[in-house]
Design a protein around this ligand. Structure first.
Ligand SMILES: NC(=O)c1ccc[n+]([C@@H]2O[C@H](COP(=O)([O-])OP(=O)(O)OC[C@H]3O[C@@H](n4cnc5c(N)ncnc54)[C@H](O)[C@@H]3O)[C@@H](O)[C@H]2O)c1
Ligand SMILES: O=P(O)(O)OC[C@H](O)CO
Length: 443
């Protein structure tokens, strides 16, 4: 009797599996809800396979094609519900096209602006980016546009403007955008660049005040954290920090981006988040140099830890919250970028350590490594603040003063011993100045 029951349940399980497979192949969610409850009531004790095993959709089949072998946790469309938004992404490089894909995959209506005509034409025809993430089949709902700047009519209609261009391109982009913005009906402005502007040593928040005014800057939102584009497009679990001076806007941005495979954590220290994202690139160059010189795990761990101490010290002196450096945008991204050859900044360092020249590396890298320009701005900032930053200065000297990498590595190790953890007491002048510009000066 018991054997019979077991056999019946086994048959039930097989039937369910077959039904699910069949239904999955059809990609028809309605039939799942119609058929499975019937089978479930007939074979109540049968094993039910876990949800991600079933319901392939267009997204699944698309990802299956580009997915390398290995475990995929979220092949199904089990998305977080979020209001559908119309999004315009500025930049069609690695990160712009990756985030356009993430948002398209989350059912938003996405437009992606590129200043390269060939990218626009190729993307719309083949749903592939001819220059970046070349083997990825992008969401077919994304429309590329350009090279002309997007017109006011489109900008008036969008809910979100997402800026995924290097920091040095933000000022000119915002200057062109400003006359097309309607302040009474402002879209959400989200920035994902990680750098310091070369000519002014400004962070992006300051660039926004300069070009768009304080009211727009006060609601601008920043997303940063350990997030390699090529892993996001494969739905590898990723988590980021989302920060704004306006809690409401950080929350809105989080709702738009958050998915089970892309977690968003909100916060109120955009300056700390920006600094952390920019500075980690410089420390990634340092760890890359060490690896290129043949140093292994001990050296990398010590550079990451001392890099974190250094960037926290700089952040505190600048006026950011030192706790921000313990966030995803801080230690999270520092750890990621300093430990993987996927990072372009790490790669720049590695190749320098191997003896290549900076000019040759930049010429052949094919993509931006923000740490190279940021090292310059950072040197000016730490000189101004009078903060010791031996690792960042070492990187600057290699990049811009032609100092020998081996010599700088030896120099770092020969520093006299110091106390391990100290934060500067006199702190905050740059942030106080920026708050004044933002009209948020409480003094
Ligand atoms: N790639 C990543 O994994 C990743 C992750 C997080 C953050 N970021 C940050 O995002 C930003 C963009 O990085 P990316 O990886 O897309 O770089 P990329 O080099 O792959 O692409 C840059 C894109 O910006 C455009 N661009 C460059 N200068 C411009 C200008 N002056 N005006 C308008 N457009 C311009 C280029 O045409 C290209 O489309 C950087 O600040 C980077 O640090 C990148
Ligand atoms: O390739 P990198 O060094 O620019 O790093 C990319 C992202 O910033 C990682 O979070």
């Amino acid at each position: 009797m018991q054997t019979e029951k077991a056999l019946e349940n086994h048959r039930g399980a097989l039937l369910m599996l077959t039904a699910r497979t069949f239904i999955s192949l059809q990609g028809n969610a309605n039939r799942i809800s119609a058929t499975l409850p019937h089978l479930r009531s007939k074979f109540p004790n049968a094993y039910l396979p876990p949800q991600p095993f079933v319901v392939p959709t267009r997204a699944y089949t698309r990802h299956r094609r580009t997915q390398p072998s290995g475990f995929t946790m979220y092949p199904s469309p089990s998305r977080s519900p979020c209001p559908k938004s119309k999004v315009l992404v500025f930049g069609a490089g690695n990160f712009g096209s990756c985030l356009a894909d993430h948002l398209g995959d989350s059912e938003h209506e996405v437009y992606m602006w590129s200043r390269e005509a060939d990218v626009v034409e190729y993307f719309n025809k083949h749903h592939r980016n001819p220059r970046y993430l070349q083997d990825h089949d992008f969401d077919h709902k994304i429309t590329a546009l350009g090279p002309e700047f997007p017109d006011a009519e489109l900008i008036k209609q969008v809910d979100v403007l997402l800026f995924a261009i290097p920091t040095d391109g933000v000022r000119s982009t915002l200057t062109q955008l400003r006359p097309r913005l309607n302040e009474q009906n402002l879209p959400l402005l989200i920035f994902v660049n990680k750098g310091i502007e070369i000519a002014t040593n400004a962070l992006t928040l300051e660039i926004i005040v300069d070009t768009c005014g304080k009211d727009i800057a006060r609601v601008a939102t920043f997303i940063s954290g350990p997030s390699f584009a090529k892993e996001i497009v494969r739905r590898q679990p990723t988590s980021v920090s989302v920060a704004s001076l306006s809690a409401e806007h950080a929350e809105k941005a989080s709702q738009i981006f958050h998915q089970p495979w892309f977690r968003c954590y909100t916060g109120g220290d955009p300056i700390g988040v920006e600094l952390a994202g920019a500075l980690k690139n410089v420390y990634a160059i340092a760890t890359g140099i060490a690896a290129g010189l043949g140093f292994e795990n001990n050296t990398r761990a010590s550079l990451i830890t001392r890099g974190l101490a250094e960037m926290t010290r700089i952040g505190q002196a600048y006026g950011a919250n030192p706790l921000t450096f313990l966030s995803l945008a801080g230690v999270g991204d520092l750890f990621l970028t300093c430990s993987s050859p996927t990072s372009r900044n790490y790669t720049v360092g590695y190749r320098l350590g191997k003896g290549e020249t900076l000019e040759e590396i930049i010429r052949t890298l094919g993509s931006v490594a923000e740490g190279v320009s940021t090292a310059k701005g950072l040197k000016a900032i730490v000189d101004d603040l009078g903060i010791p930053a031996p690792i960042a200065i070492g990187v600057y000297e290699v990049l811009y003063e032609g100092k020998d990498v081996k010599d700088r590595a030896r120099h770092l190790m020969e520093h006299p011993p110091i106390r391990e953890l100290d934060l500067p007491e006199k702190a905050g002048a740059p942030v106080r100045d920026l708050m004044k510009k933002l009209g948020l000066d409480t003094a």
